[in-house]
Ligand binder design. Structure first.
Ligand code: ADP
Length: 148
């Protein structure tokens, strides 16, 4: 059983994230979308709400599981019996960051990271931009995925 973890803050989960999920799903038997909770980082949406929002989007897809986690991604990988981590790449900036994390995760646990290049249509969408718009009371519905 090929299982991949798609970890992230998902604060909030955007159409860019959803597109990565859509493209990753055919590559694996199971996909675990994992909402990372960092106690030292203040979040915009509480972790339970982020998990619930994503879980509601994928109730029709039995191969997707949504969890929250507070430990290291490699520990979650082990708990879920996963062999892969999926991440999205938008830019050179993402690349440098993802390369270091992927390399360290492989060193520590042997897990392979599969990086998917973002579709150009979603490359400028980030949770932080969505949060910024929300804080000024703007409508962000076009950036948030809707249940199919
Ligand atoms: P983190 O805080 O771990 O970077 P994010 O929730 O910001 O978590 O992102 C999770 C993953 O989704 C990362 O690999 C990030 O590069 C990717 N990602 C974020 N936004 C997009 C997007 N618009 N298109 C594709 N991938 C994205």
């Amino acid at each position: 059983m090929k299982t991949a973890i798609f970890p992230g803050s998902f604060d909030p989960f955007t159409v860019g994230h959803a597109h990565i999920v859509e493209r990753a799903l055919p590559l694996f038997d199971r996909l675990v979308i994992a909402v990372g909770v960092n106690e030292h980082k203040r979040s915009f949406y509480p972790p339970e709400q982020r998990v619930q929002f994503i879980a509601d989007l994928y109730t029709h897809e039995p191969r997707i599981k949504v969890v929250g986690y507070t430990d290291l991604t490699i520990d979650l990988v082990r708990r879920e019996g996963a062999q892969f981590i999926v991440r999205g790449l938008r830019s050179v900036k993402d690349f440098e960051y993802e390369r270091d994390i992927a390399s360290m995760n492989r060193r520590l646990s042997g897990v392979e990271t599969v990086l998917l290049f973002t579709d150009a249509h979603y490359a400028d969408i980030s949770s932080s931009v969505v949060r910024e718009l929300l804080s000024y009371g703007k409508d962000v519905s076009e950036f948030l995925p809707k249940k199919p």
